[in-house]
Design a protein around this ligand. Structure first.
Ligand SMILES: [Zn+2]
Length: 405
């Protein structure tokens, strides 16, 4: 903070819209000479003039033209502040030369001048763009803090991308507005803290501005990371939804195959052969099935090997098993702990896990074998949702080929 409250930035905060040179000089203080180039003559003559009386009222005097070119500045208060004479040229109005100001700010802080556009309905001045992301930089002469809050709110409404907002001194930027800007990954910079005015009227960056701009860049990086995370979450939700949808379709398809009688062959094989087959389908290979059923490997293999030499239904089972073997890379089975610990529990109506299905197979003496096969396939599918599409077509072809024979 400057020890001297007067100066270019404070003057701009108060008088940017226009004032007579006497008012500017008073507010510019020590900057009066070098800041002169930031002022530009505006249209019209002033209707008031600052009180110039020592120990005067301190309020603006109303000017009246006594004779052409001769004006009297009359006090409007009751404390008898004497009138004084002002010349025509003293009433010329000067405003901030915003274009020149923006140009010198851009030069000092490395903004690109051309790309920032005027924002309709908001009183900000486009200064330029900053950084690799070409973030817009705006200049605002807030007037008071309520108006600053309002303008920032409007700016958020029309400018969704993060921006830098400059004000002359920051005195009108409330803590609420600061944090609203932070939440939007934007940043407010008070020019009084960021820029120093040299004798030749040029502006140069102060030490603090570098860390402010770095902080702004960091907010952009955080924001990009957040956006990426959100996109990733979005994508995975979409993928899960898609998988779930596909899985539902598959489930329907399996149920339909069963309803259409494609698994009927199962009722025409001997119970113990079907159960051996169902366990192989569930666990993926003969060895695991023999272990699960606690049947000596050789005995179990002999049983299975005979199927190839028997009737049509047995040959179906062989082809299913071949499919299952080919697919075993894609179809893995994990039993749930309750089965591994040997607790069978009640038979579930809709088996959710492969362990449930195995329990179902174990207690199924001669019941609905086609439904049981559908359950096995469904459990495989549930456990391997992501891979099911890779193996389903072959299964469907296997089933249909058999039926055509
Ligand atoms: Zn006065």
């Amino acid at each position: 903070m400057s020890k001297n409250p007067k100066g270019l930035w404070r003057a701009l905060e108060q008088l940017a819209d226009g004032a007579v040179m006497a008012a500017w000089s008073r507010e510019l203080g020590h900057d009066a000479e070098r800041a002169r180039s930031f002022l530009i003559l505006a249209n019209g003559l002033a209707e008031t003039y600052p009180c110039m009386n020592v120990f005067g009222c301190g309020y603006p005097h109303r000017v009246e033209e006594r004779r052409p070119g001769q004006w009297s500045a009359m006090c409007e208060t009751d404390d008898g502040c004497p009138p004084f004479t002002v010349a025509n040229k003293d009433l010329f109005v000067f405003a901030a030369d915003v274009k020149k100001l923006c140009g010198r700010i851009s030069k000092a802080l490395g903004f690109e001048a051309s790309m920032c556009r005027q924002v309709a309905g908001v009183r900000v001045v486009p200064v330029g763009t900053y950084g690799a992301a070409h973030s817009n930089v705006y200049l605002l002469f807030p007037g008071d803090s309520a108006r600053m809050a309002r303008e920032v709110e409007r700016l958020f409404g029309v400018q969704p991308d993060p921006f830098l907002l400059l004000t002359p001194t920051g005195i009108h930027c409330s803590a609420e507005v600061e944090s609203a800007l932070r939440r939007q990954s934007c940043m407010h910079i008070a020019m009084s803290a960021a820029l120093t005015l040299a004798d030749d009227g040029s502006l140069s960056p102060s030490r603090v501005v570098e860390s402010l701009l770095n902080e702004f860049q960091r907010r952009q990086a955080d924001r990009r990371a957040l956006v990426k995370t959100l996109e990733r979450i979005d994508r995975s939700i979409e993928a899960v939804a898609r998988d779930k949808y596909n899985l539902q379709k598959e489930n329907e398809e399996l149920r339909q195959l069963n309803n259409d009688g494609y698994f009927k062959f199962a009722v025409r094989v001997k119970g113990e052969d079907f159960l051996a087959f169902a366990v192989i389908m569930a666990l993926g290979n003969r060895k695991a099935a023999a272990d699960h059923l606690k049947i000596p490997h050789r005995t179990f293999y002999n049983r299975v090997e005979q199927w190839a030499t028997r009737g049509k239904e047995y040959k179906h089972m062989v082809r299913y098993m071949e499919w299952r073997k080919r697919s075993s890379r894609h179809l893995k089975v994990q039993l749930n702990p309750s089965l591994q610990s040997g607790e069978a529990g009640d038979q579930p109506e809709n088996p959710e896990t492969m362990a449930d299905v195995l329990t179902e197979i174990k207690v199924a003496d001669n019941k609905d074998y086609p439904a049981l096969l559908a359950d096995v396939l469904q459990a495989l599918e549930r456990q391997n949702a992501g891979n099911w599409m890779k193996v389903r077509q072959e299964l469907v072809e296997t089933i249909k080929e058999d039926v055509m024979q």
